[in-house]
Design a protein around this ligand. Structure first.
Ligand code: 5GP
Length: 303
């Protein structure tokens, strides 16, 4: 064998090894997304079916099931037996019957949001901390003046550049107490164990009466209260593009200590688990696109 013949396979092997590492990394990242509910298992199965060579398609059925929230090894093995799927299968290599029974099992265990047809013009945008809902709302404020963006009352002090009556109504504790006592808030909550935030009811009623779409950018507790008060409200949950990206946005420059970092990640995981309570999921990969999708929902939601 000549030298030239020997060097070519060397190069190929290096490239193949690099690709294998990248794929392993991508599969590990996908597993985290499944565990943290950043993607639905059904969406992963669909991508695996559409392209058996994709990261999703190359995932072992055993790894897929184990990555799902609250599925341990014992449960995984029982499910595979029940569905009669061999543990050596990859997601992209499932037969038609196996795909169907797996999807039915996923639908029963991890129900996806079902669009409820025509909804009210009251839109609520929520999502995990640091997912960027404030940025999406600010984008809508700037580009879609036809949408009434609710201005909340808060007891936290203004940040530089924030204007009273535009970004928030900055009030003291006594005034916040009065707003509650006079039933002037549609919802209110203590956010991040610190300040109180609430949605003034009157401007929303006026905007809805004038035929406008109203958008509330509030936290999870607030979204639940709006759902209870106005069951027809359209609840939108903003998702990060991936769990790794949310971690990056949450812990950012790494200035927090390990305990604070762990606390934030626990909170985010809990918040992501609430997405099933929402009517629509929108991925915030790009702010303008996510904002556009919210606005689209507002025009499709009648009444
Ligand atoms: P920030 O202090 O950074 O402006 O907002 C902190 C959090 O408060 C954000 O998650 C935001 O969604 C939430 N928030 C803002 N206004 C309201 C509100 O009126 N009600 C509730 N429940 N949460 C709010």
């Amino acid at each position: 064998m000549s030298d030239a013949q020997r060097t070519v396979p060397e190069v190929d092997r290096a490239a193949a090894a690099r690709r294998a590492v990248e794929r392993r990394r991508a599969r590990a990242s996908l597993k985290r997304d499944l565990t943290m509910r950043v993607v639905t298992p059904q969406a992963v199965l669909h991508r695996a079916t559409a392209d058996a060579d994709s990261v999703e398609g190359s995932m072992r059925i055993t790894d897929f099931l184990l990555a799902l929230p609250a599925i341990g090894a014992g449960k995984r093995d029982r499910v595979l037996e029940e569905l009669q799927i061999s543990p050596v299968k990859r997601l992209g290599g499932l037969g038609a019957r196996q795909r169907r029974v797996l999807e039915e099992w996923l639908d029963a265990r991890f129900p996806e949001p079902t669009p409820r047809g025509a909804r009210s013009r009251l839109l609520v945008l929520a999502g995990p901390t640091a997912v960027g809902k404030g940025t999406v709302a600010a984008h809508i404020r700037e580009h879609n003046p036809e949408i009434h963006l609710s201005v909340s009352a808060t007891t936290r002090p203004p940040r530089p550049g924030e204007i009273d009556g535009v970004h928030y109504y900055f009030v003291d504790d006594a005034e916040f107490d009065r707003l509650i006592a006079d039933d002037e808030l549609l919802e209110y909550a203590v956010v991040h164990n610190r300040s109180r935030y609430g949605t003034p009811r009157a401007p929303i009623d006026a905007a809805l009466a004038a035929g406008k779409t109203v958008l509330l950018e509030i936290d999870l507790q607030g979204a639940r209260q709006v759902r209870a008060a106005e069951p027809a409200a359209t609840l939108i949950f903003l998702l990060p593009p991936s769990w790794d990206e949310l971690v990056h946005r949450l812990v950012g420059r790494g200035t927090e200590d390990a305990e604070e970092r762990a606390r934030r990640l626990r909170t985010a995981k809990g918040e992501l688990a609430a997405q099933n309570e929402f009517d629509h999921l929108i991925v915030n990969e790009d702010v303008a696109t996510a904002a556009h999708e919210v606005v689209e929902l507002s025009s499709s939601s009648a009444r």
